[in-house]
Design a protein around this ligand. Structure first.
Ligand code: IGP
Length: 238
């Protein structure tokens, strides 16, 4: 059973206007990065899922792109099957069939990128919604925000990195600071990429409802990974 808008609701239930003291952290199970290479390091994706769950994150992200991020759609399906948390599929989607495939995997959300889809973004958002999926529309500049605003997406992500540079740029939360006020308040706003410490996290959360973190969680040593993720979720979470 697909649960419409699970990801958006998970974030809404946890943002600053709510009573919980937990920060809304979406944690990415990122197996490879174009910059750092292998990030999985003999670990198992489902073990990392468990650690993220135990640390109290609100959602999981997984990149299915094979070419640059070494993702695997079968692993994505396993992740969806093994968690009650909302799961976001990250990929460079250009075909509606891929949206159907995402819904069939029982994901909750699909990433759509105006840099790739241009004005077709709105149509892809509608299509994803009709398949029972929530959408995260990812922007990196003002022009892309205009496209995102003309869609019915409930979530907009500011990608602090430029996807065209394939992560050879570091990504800085100052982009979130710069662009956040251009995004209407009725959308759930997520700051994505390059968030590597609590200082970055706190800056991002001054402007957004949630953060999405991959590399720094994956680079944390296995023994301390849960504590590290927990420190992002917040001390008051148990
Ligand atoms: O590893 P980071 O810097 O914490 O970033 C995670 C995530 O935002 C990044 O992986 C990402 C953002 N948009 C994407 C689009 C496709 C693939 C990957 C991505």
């Amino acid at each position: 059973m697909i649960n419409f808008k699970r990801q958006a609701n998970a974030i809404k239930n946890c943002n600053k206007t709510n009573k919980t003291n937990k920060n809304a952290v979406i944690a990415e199970i990122k197996v490879h990065s174009p910059k750092y290479g292998d990030l999985l390091k003999q670990r198992n994706e489902l073990d990392i899922l468990k650690i993220y769950e135990e640390a109290g994150v609100v959602g999981i992200s997984y990149i299915t792109d094979k070419q640059y991020f070494n993702g695997d759609f079968d692993v994505f399906k396993e992740i969806c099957k093994n968690t009650e948390l909302p799961v976001l599929r990250k990929d460079f989607i250009t075909k509606k069939a891929e949206i159907e495939k995402t819904a069939e995997a029982e994901a909750s959300t699909v990433l759509l990128i105006p840099r790739i889809l241009g004005e077709e973004t709105a149509e892809f958002v509608d299509y994803a919604n009709s398949c029972g999926l929530d959408t995260l529309v990812e922007v990196h500049n003002e022009q892309e925000i205009e496209i995102a605003k003309n869609t019915k997406t409930s979530m907009i992500g500011i990608n602090n990195r430029d996807i065209c540079k394939l992560e050879l740029d570091d990504g800085t939360v100052s982009l979130t600071e710069k662009l956040a006020n251009l995004i209407p308040k009725d959308r759930i706003l997520v700051s994505e990429s390059g968030i590597s410490n609590l200082n970055d996290l706190n800056i991002a959360l001054m402007y957004t409802d949630a953060v999405l973190v991959g590399t720094s969680f994956m680079k944390a040593d296995f023994e301390i990974q849960k504590e590290f993720v927990k420190s992002f979720v917040g001390e008051n979470y148990d």
